[in-house]
Design a binder for this molecule. Structure first.
Ligand code: HEM
Length: 489
């Protein structure tokens, strides 16, 4: 082995890195120069595909700590036993922009956390808003296309954005949050994160309850006004990334309190809306927040590419004690994330150091690109009679306590259903939000919308203003008046 103070080629052989192998001092270059070709070819492939969404991000390591025992609700080991700590890694992102885009853009912020638990990795792939724009996964690629660049001009176009939203008014609640100053957070440390979807928590008796996760920033909340966001974005597009990095570097570790809202399964059918509809929140009065833990981010990555870029989160990375629900958006996501990871990082993405579980991985998956762990010396199929002690499934090991899936009654007639938009249900929560906003927050919301929507064709503006009026007459009226002011300028 070459001593580690000697530069080597990728095969470990010592080389002279600063000169190509040539015929005479002035060339030509010889094709036998492995080092030159290895170096150029590797450089040519330095970029991997960026994430199709959430490409720009900051990341950090930390830990989760249980502060309240919830073993009566879940058997997930990392969530039970007060004081228990589990290492985690978080990636906090914008959604629509490319990997070099400004941190200060108006956008939801992604907040993904991977918990390296003894029972396998558990990922919470959250946003800083509790609701989403749409409620059927089939609309997600279309929705994202409206946030991306026009296929002809390669420019972002407010008409595309608002045309889609005005035709999908279930988005009104999320649009109201996004166009408030919460759409431009002043620090990644000073915003909350929400799982959004309803999940099931399953206890060791196999009984489940519906839950929603909330992560509340201990640093408080701080947002930019539209003017501040535009100015700072122009001066330092990496402002929020830098803020997170520098605070962690100087030992000022950001922290979030994790709480759950809990719903008994029998309440599901008593609710005025579908509890699996991610455009809705549960009232905190009826379903209060119960704190269960906290997580702290206390270490910056040593290597951005290996840790932040190669991290791969998925709502389908779950552990026993947490289970999915029939939420149509969540169901689509369960497929989409591992699928994009197989495309972006390869079929063995779970073997990369940042994604590798601390729990032993024992299965019969074999080979594929970049297989670091390719369990050899064992038959490559389950229950082999040729193996002395073949690994057993959870059911084989413990038939009465197998909670990777908990039975849930699902009924209905198959069909491609589009839920009709209902005044009282689909606009109500946006209207309630308008009502509890301070006068300053309302002014900023109306102003932020007017600047963007005001750039659209008149019929799109009129349609969208109609949705705001359905949420609350004053809300729609004030947007209409503010747009008129903007257009008169
Ligand atoms: C990233 C799909 C809805 C939060 C992504 C990625 C895809 C995707 C393909 C890129 C992942 C990668 O390349 O590593 C979808 C689909 C959705 C959906 C199909 C709806 C059907 C949501 C919702 C939330 C969310 C509702 C939050 C509640 C995130 C976050 C990331 C992400 C935080 C970034 C993960 C990271 O940091 O690597 N999504 N998404 N997404 N999504 Fe979604």
């Amino acid at each position: 082995m070459a001593p580690n103070d000697t530069v080597t080629a990728s095969n470990g052989a010592p080389i002279n890195e600063n000169a190509s192998l040539t015929v005479g001092e002035d060339g030509p270059t010889l094709i036998q120069d492995f080092n030159l070709i290895d170096k150029l070819a590797h450089f040519d492939r330095e970029r991997i595909p960026e994430r199709v969404v959430h490409a720009k991000a900051a990341g950090a390591h930390g830990y989760y700590e249980v502060t309240h025992d919830i073993s009566h609700i879940t058997c997930a080991k990392f969530l039970t036993g007060i004081g228990k700590r589990t290492p985690c890694f978080a990636r906090i992102s914008t959604v629509g922009g490319e990997s070099g885009s400004a941190d200060t853009a108006r956008d939801p912020r992604g907040f993904a956390v991977k918990f390296y638990t003894e029972e396998g990795n558990c990922d919470w792939v959250m946003n800083n808003t509790p609701v989403f724009f749409i409620r059927d996964a089939i609309k997600f690629p279309d929705f994202i296309h409206t946030q991306k660049r026009d296929p002809r001009t390669n420019l972002k176009d407010p008409n595309i954005f608002w045309d889609f939203l005005s035709q999908n008014p279930e988005s009104t609640h999320q649009v109201t949050i996004l166009f408030s100053d919460r759409g431009t957070p002043a620090s990644l440390r000073k915003m909350d994160a929400f799982y959004g979807h309803t999940l099931k928590m399953v206890n060791s008796d196999g009984k489940f309850k519906y839950v929603k996760f909330h992560c509340t920033s201990k640093q408080g909340k701080e947002n930019f006004t539209i003017e501040e966001a535009v100015k700072i974005g122009g001066e330092n597009p990496d402002y929020l990334t830098q803020d997170l990095f520098e605070h962690i570097e100087k030992g000022d570790y950001p922290e979030w309190t994790v709480s759950i809202q809990i719903m008994e399964p029998e309440d599901k059918d008593k609710m005025p809306f579908d509890i699996f509809d991610i455009t809705k929140v549960w009232s905190k009065k009826n379903y209060p927040l119960h704190p269960i833990g906290r997580f702290v981010l206390n270490k910056n990555p040593d290597n951005y590419f290996c840790e932040v870029e190669q991290s791969a989160f998925s709502p389908s990375h779950l552990v026993p004690g947490l289970d999915v629900t029939p939420d149509k958006m969540l169901q689509g996501r369960l497929f989409s994330y591992p699928d994009t990871h197989r495309h972006r990082l390869g079929v063995n993405y779970q073997q990369l150091p940042i994604n590798r579980p601390v729990a032993p991985v024992v299965n019969h998956q074999r080979a594929g690109h970049m297989a670091f762990d390719n369990p050899g010396g064992r038959p490559n199929y389950p229950d082999s009679t040729l193996e002395e002690n073949p690994p057993k499934t959870l059911v084989q090991n413990n038939p009465t306590k197998s909670f990777t899936h908990v039975p849930e009654k699902v009924y209905g007639i198959t069909g491609t259903y589009v839920k009709p938009i209902k005044e009282d249900i689909d606009f109500y929560q946006a209207g309630e939000l308008w009502k509890v906003m301070s006068e300053t927050d309302r002014e900023h919301l109306v102003h932020n919308i007017a600047i963007h929507l005001g750039q659209c064709k008149e019929y799109i503006r009129t349609k969208q203003i109609g949705h705001f009026k359905r949420a609350h007459p004053d809300y729609g009226r004030r947007v209409e008046e503010e747009i008129a002011k903007e257009l008169a300028k």
